[in-house]
Design a protein around this ligand. Sequence first.
Ligand code: NA7
Length: 887
Amino acid sequence: MPLPSAAQTVAAGAQDAQQVDVAVVGAGFAGLYLLIRLRRAGFTAVALEAADDVGGTWYWNRYPGARCDIQTTDYSYTFDPELESAWRWSEKYATQPEILRYLGFVADRYDLRRDIRFGTKVQTATWDEAAQRWLLTTDNGKPVSCRYYIMASGCLSAPKPPEIDGVGDFTGEIYFTGRWPHEGVELAGKRVAVIGTGSSGVQSIPRIAEQAAHLTVFQRTPNFAFPAHNGPQPPDRVAALEKDRADYRQQARLSLTGVPLERATEFSWQLSDAERRQRFEKALAAGDLVAMLSQLWADQGGDLEGNALAADLLRERIHAIVKDPETAEALTPRDHPFGSKRPCLETDYYATFNRPNVTLVNLRQEPIKRITASGIETDRRIVDLDVIVFATGFDAMTGAITAVHPITGRDGKSLSDVWAGGPRTYLGLTVAGFPNLFMITGPGSPSVFSNMVVSIEQHADWVVDRLMAMREAGFTAIEATEAAQAGWARHMADCSQLTLHRLANTWYTGANVPGKAPGLMPYPGGVGPYRTICDEVVSRGMLGFNLSGPDGAVQCNDGEVVRLQPDVRLVLNMLAELNLPPLESLGAEGARSFVKQFNATRPAGRPVGEIVDATLQGADGPLPYRLYRPSTPGPHPIVVYFHGGGWVLGDEQSDDPFCRDMCRRSGMIFVSVGYRHAPEHCFPAAAEDGYAALRWIAENAAELGGRLDANGAGPLLVAGWSAGGNIAAVTCQLARDRGGPPIAGQLLVCPVTDCTFDRPSYIENAEGYFLTRSLMDWFWGHYCPAADRTDPRASPLRGKLAGLPPAFVATCEFDPLRDEGIAYAEAMAAAGVPVEQLQARGHFHSSLMMVDVVATGASGRVKMAEALRRFAGMAERPEEAMPKAAE
Ligand code: NA7
């Protein structure tokens, strides 16, 4: 007899199943809110919860000292103002019992328990393609047949196995912080070990030390921790909330972390030591994770140098508290940037190590060999114990979803298999191949990088709103497309470039679980941007989703929701919000003063060795220039630099941050030339000034600090951006044709190389990304009469290209000038010129110039600096030029 097919088995199982529209796993913050929303939207729903009561993470994590570490003002539901006034938190950081009471209060207030099956674990979840429903089998009671299946199972709910030999041999008591006994644990008079110093360890260690006869802490990696200063809710935070509750909550929703705190805008190098210390002390006094992670200086999160300044201050504090220097040093994190691993809020944590009944064992020096019947044996000692507490963490993000039960999607695909190489999701909410399955705060969503409650509400709202819209439109199935999912993975990777998370082994990246595929799992782009992206998916016709219904109804608007680099997206959104008139409508003077004002708002460039403002001899009189000298000992090669601005705007100072950055990275002198502008000085004034400036700089190289070779001439290079790239390219052609001086290399960044507007990049990007077709038309109109535009001094692509210096050509994807830049690179290569290209994905015309604003452009500048050094015959980058930012 043939075996029944999977579909037949599912169909048979469905017959006696509990039938609901939606099944939810979990009755924590997410599950409870989902039930409220689903019920209000008129869906039948059931929540399946393994525990005997509501609470989720707060049901299980009952260890001594367990508290939230986002302030309770913010760690609360916000969907119902009446609920907000009905509940008062007693502390700034509530204890686990109080949070559990809160969730119980919510469950009662909205009468949720009647829709929750407690003590029930889902054992399998299988998509029934024919019925377009999920069938869930459980370990307790009927299976469940549902149209939609929502995992609200939390990010940190699958405890990690201890991974230490001999656990089973231990004859004393063993506890996990994440599964702490409800009746509590008697520790008085006992010899206790805590393994692990993450948040759970840091919170529980001081409390356990107060009770135990002796506490031995086994630490593998020290964490950054700073005081919680718990107590009553801070009056200023409460006042800010009460002043305008709706506005406060809205600010939280639009913020990066889900907590409405202003982020620091000044960079570390703009502050004195004393100012930095003052900011640090203020954040320390605030006792707030988000404040310490975002209010010191703008470069603390994404730049190693800026980060190290914060880390040093935190390290100093540990040594000030802990009396034994060896213990203090062992507790001092030195192997990861601050914030790259989840920092902890502490109450008496460091002081606890001054107690006579507390010992720290540094597992980096003496790893655990095994657990024995009587205790723990390391390389150096045997510690006899009555109790071992594992504070060793969780199989985070994915563990809660895949380890719970097999999930089988379309065509029998297993979610564990699909995620074998790391989680793949669209928006962290859905997975291609798994129709009608949603995750709340899943991998790929802001989740643990945010105030979870804010993220949970956003997710639940988005999902339930979608289900309502589908019901309205007659669709019964929704599934992410592969293209959208792949795009999301790219966007995640782009966002993670802006952080330092890749430099730490953490549960954020799966590194805490042996064998787990590495990769940053939470979405690092911030809750506000994330929310706008989710909304954009909807406003663009459910972009990246396949919707289907009975009778063959189908809708699929496939595509990637974010193709821009994340910081480019923010910059462009910000510019769009300013609703500026087009530059070309301001007239040349108006546009110039706008650019001046705009540039004044940029972060000041980083310090270089020296800056000199002086004049040089142009084609028809003196021209101003600004020289940037590296702080490394000279002489240095010189780069003659031409700024951007369409031959009309800008000056020798307008690309200041770029010149500073490139001077530091390349270890070369940059001389930014103030060539003459149109319409006062039309073609070929700028081009001729470019060549004249090159000659003058070559002749005066020694005085400028330039390196000279045996022939008395050092490597001289040219570079330029946009119209300046045009001048740089033309200068190379003129130098070749007019007898020098020799040029060692040319760096052309988004250069204008041709006068036609018919390449695809002009069409695709005609309107969108600040530099528009109309603006280019205006620039050309000012600079060059139509009859002259094909002159190679205006359109170098039309000139002879053989014999030009080696080139590095950078182009940006969302730039009208993209294709002519690529065409120039290809044409030079075809003419035998050594050419390197950078085609910057997700960037716009100004990206590579916006130093410290578009941080994702830094990796491009690293490549440019390397190319310049190669052109100049310099092999190694000097220390100062090493990338310090997020590349
Ligand atoms: P964490 O933050 O993952 O901390 C676990 C700790 O346990 C951490 O110090 C680990 O060291 C340590 N650990 C894990 N496995 C071992 C083994 N095998 N041997 C020795 N030490 C080990 O979990 P928490 O429960 O503290 O906090 C989780 C989150 O909950 C927290 O971040 C907040 O978001 C709330 P490692 O660092 O891996 O070297």
